[in-house]
Write a protein that binds this ligand. Structure first.
Ligand code: SF4
Length: 502
């Protein structure tokens, strides 16, 4: 009897080709996925640690086509865009420098995850695309999102605390400046000045991160970041640049809060039809989503997990107290950075409140995508009167996001007054998506105007009278003046009430 034995090939998870110490210093690290501002500051952190580092170019439609060609058809839109972005870049490099050179001298670093969304499988799409390009040996490094010290990682890059802390602080500073940008640009008196000051501020901060002193390798480094005034002093310098920007806040604009899937809501470019700029162009003020909220969510997820399995943990009370203390420190740090800019950038929403608001509609233990936060943030903006409208960006073929949108149907049943524009983004249906958004925006603009007119009527105010009051205090027209919130969504109406009380 002849027995045939077929070789069984078991699945093995992706493993990076190791790097030697020498290669580590010469290789160029590629990264992307955030805004140009976040990426430039992260580049400063990597240069500070003596790595060569380059962010990938901003994503374009060309990347969507490149991604579609090389990965499976059911992939979600952010996976296609980001894979295509890497592919397009490497293809161009390989044409100039040769495939072997590219495979040996560049490496791509991205965040890794697991769970019910594709994020945990991004590297599979990347490897599939790299195989298609003949770049099987190209190195991909996956960073865990919930470990600050990832050490040497078995012959890989050395992602220790000075790296992680630098990246977190870079993200916080970029978030805070992004808030400044979106609070200022719709009202700027000199067109283009906000973008110019933003560019200058980021370049200034790039140097700050590049020259960051490294104090200690572990806990000393953490302690230094939490106690130093190095970053707040730098932001005070940045504030001087924003002081020079004149704004006219008596223009009535609809305020639009952006929510949705993490990558799509953070992105600024073709990947989401450039929707934030488009909204501004259509007469809106946009509330951008800070990455800092996501980091806060990760921190609180640990806490919520501990709550659920108290009986299986040793000293759960101590662990929970520690995480709560860390969460307070995190918030205090963020507020310290905001303070350097006169508290103009938005405060972080309370994670307990987001969870409680979302609770009747979406359980916080359902992970994937933004989890319960998509529902929580929409209700937070609505209940606190922070926005006239929610623009929610859903990626084509995203399972967690589809669940959140399903939950939003129930929210809308109970809050029919909530203006909600869910936009499906698949990269090549721009006109359809924007026209749907425009329908809701028209109503949001009417609400903003009605709110403004009613308040002026009730307080016997006119725009002329407000302009006279404003003329007596020119400092109020600075971008760095903080408009108090009097319980109305619009900037113009809150500003008018402030002027009336002076
Ligand atoms: S949340 Fe959705 S869009 Fe984002 S990576 Fe996961 S599956 Fe893709």
């Amino acid at each position: 009897m002849v027995e045939t034995m077929e070789a069984i090939r078991h699945y093995t998870a992706y493993r990076t080709r190791p790097l030697t110490d020498e290669q580590r210093r010469t290789i160029t690290i590629l990264f992307g996925g955030l805004t140009w501002k976040h990426e430039r500051l992260i580049q400063g952190v990597l240069h500070n640690l003596n790595y060569n580092a380059e962010p990938l170019p901003n994503i374009t439609r060309e990347d969507l086509d490149a991604g579609k060609e090389l990965i499976d058809v059911g992939a979600c839109c952010p996976t296609i865009f980001t894979t295509g972005n890497l592919v397009t870049y490497l293809k161009k490099k390989a044409q100039v420098e040769g495939r072997d050179y590219v495979a040996n001298n560049y490496a791509f670093v991205t965040a890794g995850a697991c769970g019910p969304c594709r994020f945990g499988q991004y590297h599979e799409s990347y490897t599939m695309a790299l195989n298609g390009l003949g770049l099987q040996d190209f190195r991909l490094f996956l960073l865990s999102q919930n470990k600050l010290d990832q050490g040497d990682n078995g012959g890989g890059l050395n992602f220790s605390l000075p790296f992680s802390m630098g990246v977190v602080w870079a993200i916080l500073c970029a978030d805070i400046l992004t808030d400044m940008e979106y609070l200022t640009r719709p009202y700027e008196v000199i067109p283009g000045q906000t973008d110019q000051v933003m560019q200058e501020s980021i370049e200034y901060l790039y140097e700050v991160f590049r020259n960051r002193p490294i104090r200690g390798k572990k806990w000393g480094n953490l302690a230094w970041h939490l106690t130093t005034s190095y970053f707040t002093e730098a932001l005070k310098e940045v504030k001087k640049k924003w002081d020079a920007v004149e704004v006219d806040r008596l223009q009535v604009k609809a305020k639009v809060k952006i929510t949705g899937e993490f990558w799509l809501q953070t992105h600024e470019g073709d990947g989401n039809y450039n929707i934030k700029r488009w909204l501004e162009h259509e007469g809106a003020e946009v509330i951008p989503p800070p990455v800092a909220v996501w980091l806060d969510y990760l921190l609180h997820s640990k806490l919520f997990d501990l709550e659920n399995r108290k009986e299986f943990e040793k000293r759960p009370g101590v662990k929970m107290a520690l995480i709560k203390a860390l969460a307070r420190l995190y918030r205090r740090t963020y507020d310290g950075l905001r303070k350097a800019l006169n508290f103009v950038p938005y405060a972080l929403p309370d994670q307990f409140e987001l969870r409680q608001l979302a609770d009747p509609y979406y359980h916080y233990r359902l992970r994937g995508g933004e989890g319960h936060m998509l529902v929580g943030k929409a209700l937070y903006a609505y209940r606190h009167k922070r926005a006239h409208m929610i623009c929610e960006l859903s990626p084509y073929s995203c399972m967690p996001n589809t669940m959140s949108i399903g939950a939003m149907a129930k929210v809308l049943g109970q809050y029919p007054d909530l203006l909600y524009a869910p936009i499906e983004v698949k990269g090549d249906a721009e006109v359809h998506a924007l026209s749907r958004c425009q329908m809701i925006l028209t109503e949001a603009k009417q609400r903003a105007q009605m709110e403004f007119d009613e308040v002026l009527d009730r307080n016997k105010l006119t725009v002329e009278k407000l302009r006279d009051l404003e003329a007596k205090q020119p400092a109020l027209r600075r971008a760095t003046f903080r408009v108090p919130h009097y319980g109305y969504a619009g900037t113009a109406v809150n500003y008018a009430l402030y002027l009336a009380t002076r």
